[in-house]
Design a protein around this ligand. Structure first.
Ligand code: E4P
Length: 224
């Protein structure tokens, strides 16, 4: 399982990059626009924090295939490192995905809502497909089930494309996708925190501390 951060908030990225085993960052125009900052400043800061080896998925703002390719080339050149251009699924996007193979630029096909969309995106050469779990749940379409089916089909046809499940609002959604064998998820710091939090863990740790202190006081192992 690959965990990626779904935010452009610099402090959130800095924090999660330090404390969690994250493999990169995903953004989209909505996520970027929340920062009210210069686009290049934001993406440069993110790249500086995560370094060149972690994945950075940045979405195109273009609509025509040729323009998407030009923008992807510019993004790759200026952002550098392990870069993927996010392209919403549509005919022009599929054409751009096939063209980008010649430029060695990885594509994350985004705004995926059905297994059929994901399969065609994978056939076009997308490295990742990003189904929107919570937005599917909101229309009572079972996002985790859609992720499970996409995962099954990509594996069944042995396609060189991974599921990057997105749009999470609960830890349970992430857990269900992980159980379905989904390859990767993109989540916020809030979801990451929920994934490791458990009141039973808190009780266990409090007991360890109390029992130790009863016998050894505030002495640590380093002080023996
Ligand atoms: C992923 O990169 C998606 O763009 C993102 O997870 C969508 O999330 P939302 O449904 O919370 O906007």
């Amino acid at each position: 399982m690959i965990y990626i951060l779904d935010t452009a908030d610099i402090e959130e990225i800095r924090y999660c990059n330090e404390f969690y085993p994250v493999s990169g960052v995903t953004t989209n125009p909505t996520i970027i626009s929340r920062e009210h900052e210069d686009f290049w400043k934001i993406v440069k800061e993110i790249r500086d924090i995560i370094g060149p080896d972690k994945m950075f998925h940045v979405q195109t703002t273009q609509k025509k295939a040729e323009d998407i390719v030009e923008e992807a080339k510019l993004l790759k050149e200026r952002i550098g490192g392990e870069f993927y251009v996010k392209i919403p699924i549509c005919e022009e996007g599929l054409k751009a995905t096939m063209m980008l193979k010649n430029w060695g630029i990885g594509v994350t096909m985004t705004a995926i809502f059905t297994p059929a969309q994901a399969l065609i995106a994978a056939k076009a050469g997308a490295s990742f497909v990003a189904p929107y779990v919570n937005r599917l749940d909101n229309i009572i379409a079972d996002g985790c089930e859609v992720v499970a089916e996409i995962t099954k089909q990509l594996n069944l046809y042995n396609l060189d494309c991974r599921v990057l499940a997105a749009s999470f609002k609960t830890a349970e959604q992430v857990h269900k996708c992980a159980s379905a064998g989904c390859h990767s998820v993109t989540v916020t710091s809030g979801i990451l925190k929920s994934l490791i939090s458990n009141p039973m863990t808190d009780v266990a740790v409090a007991t360890f501390e109390k029992d130790w202190e009863t016998v050894y006081g505030d002495k640590t192992i380093l002080e023996f």
